[in-house]
Design a protein around this ligand. Structure first.
Ligand SMILES: [Zn+2]
Ligand SMILES: [Zn+2]
Length: 366
């Protein structure tokens, strides 16, 4: 069949909305009619080349839709089911999955690196990759059944789409990777679609002081809704505020979730945490800026920890249900994350709005 999709042909060019060929679902695969997909910064990193992917590619790695048709042997979903599509779906039996760290699934990493994973998309016989193995910037896609999490039919697709990446990655940074404990002090640097969810994760985990840092006044204003107790414009202001609020102890946890990271920002982030402080780097940093500038002796003698972030350390088959439960009972804001809605044809406008700081999350309705 044919489907309309947004394709990136070359680095530095806009998304091209065009008709492409979509293969039938093979064994274990499912045809999905997508209803909504989120405009994640990671797809834009492919456009800028900050995070190279195999081109051409159908973008989009967070989405929600309806199961249309099943390939042979599919037994986890049925036609008509509403589902979230999640890109980092685990194999269940590699050493990391076996150990309960399924976000680090070795098989998923190989797939995301483009190895041993045939894409269902093509045009004129030329294969087109699928972002995250999903390609959700498309009216239809074909994905393995393991990438799907069935959801209740009363959950809106706009909200559900964000559970595939933004919410999980941000919330998990605070809950799983930083391991925020009740009463702790947390600072979140960069409050877009992912950072707002780190604020929410800090709230879920019972943090006391939660400082949002963002130069954008709109995002600072929104931050309170998502669990921030304070909001400031930059890292020095956050450090000064924490000095005052904590009698000099500073934060227990800092999370860097700006749109584009840098080594300098990582070093600055670590100035906001005190003894035994934990820093989590969620932001993708361009490859050219690999060296981290920070006080290493201070890091050592303060017994600090700095770690990366793969998918918030979540187990999607457990945590997407947890997040929907929190949402249903008013403990997690999801509707408020969706700032603007676009058609697929307007996808480049959506990314322009993201760059202009207008959106917590833009969503394309398909
Ligand atoms: Zn993403
Ligand atoms: Zn695995």
């Amino acid at each position: 069949m044919r489907t309309k999709a947004a394709v990136l042909w070359e680095v530095g060019t806009p998304w091209s909305v065009e008709e492409v060929e979509l293969a039938d679902p093979g064994p274990g695969q499912v045809l999905i009619r997508l209803a909504a997909t989120g405009l994640c910064h990671s797809d834009d990193h492919a456009v800028t080349g900050d995070a190279p992917v195999g081109l051409p590619i159908v973008g989009g790695h967070e989405g929600a839709g309806v199961v249309e048709a099943l390939g042979p042997g599919v037994d986890r979903v049925a036609a008509g089911d509403h589902v979230v599509l999640a890109f980092n779906f685990p194999c269940g039996h590699c050493r990391y999955c076996a150990d309960g760290r399924s976000a680090l699934c070795y098989v998923a990493r190989r797939r995301l690196a483009g190895k041993a994973y045939p894409s269902p998309f093509s045009r004129d016989g030329r294969p087109i990759s699928a972002m995250g193995g999903l390609g959700t910037f498309s009216q239809y896609t074909v994905v393995p059944q393991e990438s799907l999490v069935p959801i209740d039919k009363d959950v809106s697709f706009d909200v559900a789409a964000l559970l595939g990446c933004a919410v999980t990655t941000g919330w998990g940074a605070a809950v799983h990777l930083a391991g925020v404990r009740p009463g702790e002090h947390v600072v979140v640097i960069g409050c877009g679609g992912v950072g707002m969810n780190s604020l929410q994760g800090a709230r879920t985990a019972g943090a006391d002081i939660v400082v949002a840092v963002d130069p954008n006044p709109y995002k600072r204003e929104q931050a309170a809704t998502f669990g921030a107790t304070h909001a400031v414009a930059d890292i020095p202001a956050a450090k000064a505020l924490l000095e005052e609020l904590t009698h000099g102890h500073l934060a227990d946890v800092a999370i860097l979730s700006v749109g584009v990271g840098s080594s300098a920002l990582v070093g600055q982030m670590m100035t906001t945490v005190g003894l035994d402080g934990r820093g989590v780097i969620t932001a993708v940093t361009p490859g050219a800026a690999d060296a981290i500038e920070m006080s290493v002796v201070g890091f050592t003698l303060s017994q600090q920890t700095l770690r990366g972030n793969v998918y918030g350390g979540v187990n999607m088959h457990r945590d997407i249900g947890v997040l929907l439960g929190l949402y249903r009972r008013g403990k997690l804001n999801l509707d408020e994350l969706v700032t603007r809605r676009y058609t697929l044809e307007d996808i480049n406008q959506g990314y322009a709005d993201m760059h202009a700081g207008l959106n917590l999350r833009g969503v394309v309705q398909l």
